[in-house]
Design a protein around this ligand. Structure first.
Ligand SMILES: *Cc1c(COP(=O)(O)O)cnc(C)c1O
Length: 439
């Protein structure tokens, strides 16, 4: 369609944009409509966002933000990436959904591509879901199929303290945080949580009754906490010796986030399965379970698992386009270079006690400025100050700020945040101190 003919049909139904369908309001009007119509599980949204481009987004009042959270490690190529956008649009205009009674070229091509980039051995297979929690549900069912024998049944699954694996009932059973779990008990049984990073505790918990161990290479929601060196190799040995599966949740760390396709790349281990989601679709919802090797790939048989939407042509086209752009546009090298630069520059600031993580998944622990009360949520106050200054970041803990920006973040963009951070911490500290004094 030429530019002219598109303009001439501007008032026709097919030319209407979503903003025309939704209408326009100011930020504060949208928020009051939000609280009147959306369930309160997320609290009050920080801003109403209407547009994105590259590493920037704009709110309903026209204010611009550098997006250093990337939709929580999702917007791998930033916002409105031209190639991903055009592939999604043309796939949707060609074939949008078919159900898993059928397959489609993008589904098959994406599965093959995932087996390639994850370095999966011969016989490995892929199951597509729509989210991280669903990928982990599939992995949990895979674990249950490592059932042992009638004489020696396996009934136990081991996960780590601090773990976050999702919010649906199975994934929630693997998630450690009491506040997320307790309102929904009883959860699927047999899950035990062992102390984080403690090889001896893992060795003590894993035995012939263990179906699987679930691990995140870097715990994202816990505040970007990497497993200690050598832990993955030890976990691999412990699980193999006991006949238990090692299932690695790379929902947050995978698909280039840490500068390699998988965070476990280079650890030398071959897991039994890996789960993926967040960055995989470049912003389009998709998750995946990759089973490593023929034996693991045969554990779930016809009829034992399924999904209506999972692996549909549009979602798999989005992921295929995202992986293609990461591969052909030097994105992994950018993640390593900008990640190392950010890591070093943030670590050198007196306001920062520690920087953790790898590539473009970083957690910074802030030094508590004098005058800020003990129990105050400094990181949340920094998030607010950052928003006012035009930066989106997140606070997974009261002293911890998380960065998970688009993988295409430039060094110059990263530097603007490093330059601003001392002022953001000072602003947050002034407010928290003033609040204490007025109490
Ligand atoms: C976000 C996340 C999940 C859950 O993904 P959803 O898409 O929110 O369901 C699971 N595991 C890890 C490690 C995550 O970071």
């Amino acid at each position: 369609m030429s530019q002219d003919s598109r303009q001439s049909t501007g008032s026709s139904p097919e030319a209407r944009g979503a903003s025309e369908l939704a209408g326009t309001s100011s930020g504060s009007e949208w928020l009051s409509r939000y609280s009147g119509s959306l369930m309160g599980v997320f609290g009050t949204p920080q801003r109403v966002l209407v547009r994105g481009q590259g590493c920037y987004v704009w709110d309903a009042d026209g204010k611009q933000y550098l997006d250093l959270l990337g939709g929580i490690a999702v917007n791998a190529l930033g916002h409105a990436h031209p190639f991903v956008t055009s592939v999604i649009s043309s796939q949707l205009a060609t074939l949008g959904h078919v159900s898993n009674f059928f397959t489609s070229p993008t589904q098959v091509a994406l599965a093959e591509k995932l087996l390639e980039v994850t370095g999966a051995p011969a016989g490995s297979k892929v199951f597509f879901a729509n989210s991280g929690t669903e990928a982990n549900e599939a992995a949990f069912k895979l674990a249950r199929r490592n059932a042992g024998t009638a004489e020696e049944p396996r009934t136990k699954v081991v996960a780590l303290e601090g773990a976050f694996h999702g919010r649906t009932m199975g994934a929630l059973a693997l998630t450690a945080k009491k506040a997320y779990r307790e309102p929904f008990e009883p959860l699927p049984g047999g899950v035990v949580h062992v102390p984080f990073g403690d090889v001896e505790a893992l060795a003590a918990a894993v035995d012939r009754t263990t179906q699987a161990v679930f691990l995140e290479p870097i715990q994202g929601e816990a505040g970007v906490v990497p497993l200690p060196p050598g832990y993955l190799a030890a976990a691999r040995k412990i699980t193999r010796d006991a006949g238990a599966l090692l299932i690695v949740d790379e929902v947050q760390t995978g698909m280039g986030r840490t500068g390699t396709w998988l965070a476990i790349e280079g650890s030398g281990i071959v897991p039994d399965a890996v789960t993926l989601a967040k960055g995989l679709g470049g912003g389009f919802p998709i998750g995946a379970l990759v089973t490593f090797g023929g034996e693991n790939s045969a554990r779930l048989t016809a009829g034992q698992h399924g999904t209506t939407f999972g692996g549909n042509p549009v979602a798999t086209a989005a992921a295929l386009a995202t992986l293609h752009a990461i591969e052909t546009q030097g994105v992994l090298a950018n993640v390593r270079a900008v990640g190392e630069r950010l890591h070093a520059a943030l670590g050198a600031l007196p306001e920062v006690a520690e920087v953790r993580g790898r590539g473009l998944l970083l957690g910074l622990d802030l030094v508590t400025p004098a005058g800020v009360p003990e129990g105050a949520n400094l990181a949340a106050a920094v998030v607010d100050a950052a928003l006012e200054a035009g930066f989106i970041v997140n606070a997974p803990g009261p002293r911890t700020v998380r960065l998970a920006p688009p993988l295409i973040l430039t060094a110059e963009q990263a530097d603007t945040f490093v330059a601003a951070l001392p002022r953001l911490v000072a602003t947050a500290a002034e407010r928290l101190t003033a609040e204490k004094e007025t109490k």
